[in-house]
Design a protein around this ligand. Sequence first.
Ligand code: DLL
Length: 435
Amino acid sequence: MSKYWNQEIECMSREDMKKLQDERLVAQVKHVYENMPYYKKLMDEKGVTPDDIKSTDDLHKLPFLTKADLREAYPYGLLAKPLSECTEIHSTSGTTGKRVVAFYTKNDIDLWHDCCARAITAVGGTKDDVCQVCYGYGLFTGGPGLDGGSHKVGCLTLPMSSGNTDRQIQFMMDMGSTIICCTPSYAAYIGETLHEMGYTPDDIKLKAGIFGAEPWTEEMRHEIEKLLGIKAYDIYGLTETSGPGVSFECEEQTGMHINEDHFYPEIINPETGEVLPEGEVGELVFTSLTKEAFPLLRYRTRDLCVLTRKKCSCGRTLVKMAKPMGRSDDMLIIRGVNVFPSQIETVLIEQGYTPNYLIEVDRKNNTDTIDINVEMTKEQFSDKMSDIQEREKALAEAMRTMLGIGPKIHLVSPKTIARSEGKAVRVIDKRKLHG
Ligand code: DLL
């Protein structure tokens, strides 16, 4: 059984991949220019025509698209195929403003599922596996994407959707699930519940998990691997580019291979828009090379990360992206210092806490404040106030070393912070609430 879903593409030489990308880009720019008046206008304003784009080396000449464009063009403004050729939509879970809606033709769906099949195969999935999909189903892309990939691979697919955690565990045992797909925060919750029900990883058959849709740290990976007795792999994607499967992790577990035959990546300086060389941190930008219905060119994801073309031991030559360190708009600026929730998660798990925490940011007397509520485990829990204060002090100190600013720590009783079944809410920024 091959460890690749599509060896020819996944292990293609750089020259051949560049040739394929160049050809696809030229055709795609023409398709967009002729069928998406919104982007044609942006190109016209910049004085660029399809003839100016001869290869990926010319990509920098094209205008960017942002989430603001998607909102402005809502609902049909970025559609590049007649509605009669579209068979599905998906949408973001955005709570503010208009939703982002993405459209798919039959072919778009097929290619998307193919990308997810690559991800499942890369974690060792074959038709002999039982794949439990507990990402949400519906408008969210997580459930339908991995479900489609699992069907392609030929796994027995359990379309569980998220929630009803006791039932998830019951099915996992009864059906002998070997692969699980969900958000990392939900995986941690399932692991926690498994242990609470009196089981250990020896009681289940799981071997691998495919986790994404939200930022998570290496420390969280180890925590989940321990709780469920599995290998935990990362998967990345966004509704605007199709959903999960834009990139996926292989056995090396050191970043995600981008399906660059479909999604051409660039890293830019978020302030100037300038393209940055390999190895520099910046904002990830994707150009869809094959999508028909909703083919976004130079779409700014707002995710910050690094690309590398270092040789990977798995044999794949697809470029790799590091774990995104968060979205540029998730970054908290506290008293002028940049803080990412992922840094806080790292410290917590290193110090023996669980990934159950909530960050509250506020502004009092013109000064930013940051409070972190952290749940204690049953073992850490103590009746003695002085013990808890001691622990809070030690944790605040560890945070200060990592972040450069000292947050206020509040250790709270076990089971008092709400668990997540989908994307976890880690931050409440009250400064925004006050306007
Ligand atoms: O979250 C698609 C997805 C579903 C990916 C299932 C992986 C698994 P959206 O709801 O549109 O789509 O959110 C996309 O989520 O821009 C990132 O900020 C974040 N994100 C997605 N995957 C990861 C990941 C889906 N592996 C936004 N690590 C993206 C960090 C991630 N952040």
